[in-house]
Design a protein around this ligand. Sequence first.
Ligand code: FAD
Length: 460
Amino acid sequence: KPQIVWLRRDLRMADNPALYHAAQQGPVVAVYVLDDERAGSHAYGGASRWWLHHSLESLSKTFGQRNAQIVLRRGDAVEELCKVAEEVGAQTIHANRHYEPWWRKAQGELADKLDLQLHDGNYLLPPGAVTTGSGTPYKIYTPFSKATLAQFPPRDVVPEPDTLSSPDSWPRSDTLEDWNLLPTRPDWAGGMRDFWQVGEAAAHERLAEWEDPVIDYDEARNLPSVDKTSRLSPHLHFGEISPVQIWHALKDKRSEGWKTYEKELIWRDYAQNVICQTPSYAKQSYREDFDKLEWRDPDGDPQAAADLKAWQTGQTGYPIVDAGMRQLWQTGWMHNRVRMIAASFLIKHLLIDWRVGEQWFWDTLVDADYASNGANWQWVSGTGVDSNMFVRIMAPLSQSEKFDAAGYIRTYVPELSELDTPYIHDPEEHGCLPQDYPAKIIGHKEARERALAAYRAIKD
Ligand code: FAD
């Protein structure tokens, strides 16, 4: 009997437990459903749609080389999968477990209608597997990370299926072009095309390039001017490569760099565990008292709207923030250190609710991930499960100097490219502000005082 494989964020042939097990049991009908309704506010944004197009295109080619295909359907995921099952006479559907709340709900509905076989494919350890001695989930990263390491090694890599046999007839499929996932006018994706190679093969090429630099990762990862992080995040998000494959490929690189990198991969597992416990984590402050904070509202306050626009377009007058926001716009990605600085700037300097930033990142990041994005925004804002970071207000100008961001600023803010290093971090302060670059939209001291006052108001 044909076996359906429901593809979502696991767009790979190798180490794909759902695909592997399906292929052992019969002809494979792999299905990807574009379902924009179930995810609501977290339907894929523009940058993700761009990546998705290329990732599906690439995996479809790989399936084609094996005389198989990916069936593309648009609509409600559960309804479409049931229709495909009926069309090909299948009863069993294989999927790798996903933990976004809308996918968990869909998994439940599907299990009532078909024989749904769920597999663990996308995390180092299955979310929910790491618990305290008394069996409760961890809330905080550090003990979670230690307990995760104590359970390693992760599972073995699952091989690629030897063969993919075809069903007697293929069900109807959309074409990728039907879905209009790519921008047309204006075509904003030029920078992304230059920056990225999409797909499973490209993910493995990037991993191969990363095998040596990972050794210095602990020292270099905080420096935005050097290309010393793996940039595997979008490949991981779309599942073109699994963290288990990365772990096994790098585990023998015994170095401080590898140990630090391993902990970053565990952050990804941690974020997923957080949304398993609190499904609305990317939408609601965990510490509810922050709902009372008098955030400045871009929908009702024209000055807040102008400030938000300046942040989004990289025109705040803070070079490190502007470089980050422009890198994001051009490439769909931003260096982690700069993500922290830019996020902190929006929340604390501009006093705009973290959820506004979360939604902007959701639309513009190629690695936009419900769990990782939500968990990191709540971490920076201090509204989450971790210790309260709200009062730790990052100073963007000293961060820029400390992490030697001059080269990074020169790349992404060309108006400042002629400035020497000591001046480039804060041209206004040094009296060398170029005509075509804005003055700071708010002073650091003033912003800090405003944020702390707003915070004190909810605490009193
Ligand atoms: P590397 O430094 O090479 O790390 C390797 C991998 O570890 C990453 O690919 C990623 O999968 C994982 N990882 C590293 N840091 C984190 C972290 N803090 N949290 C969770 N996983 C991590 N990451 C996303 O994948 N998607 C998001 O939507 C996202 N939004 C973020 C929003 C904010 C405000 C901040 C501060 C961070 C966010 N991150 C997000 C985390 C981090 O910035 C990116 O994972 C990282 O920059 C990706 O680049 P890289 O692959 O070179 O990472």
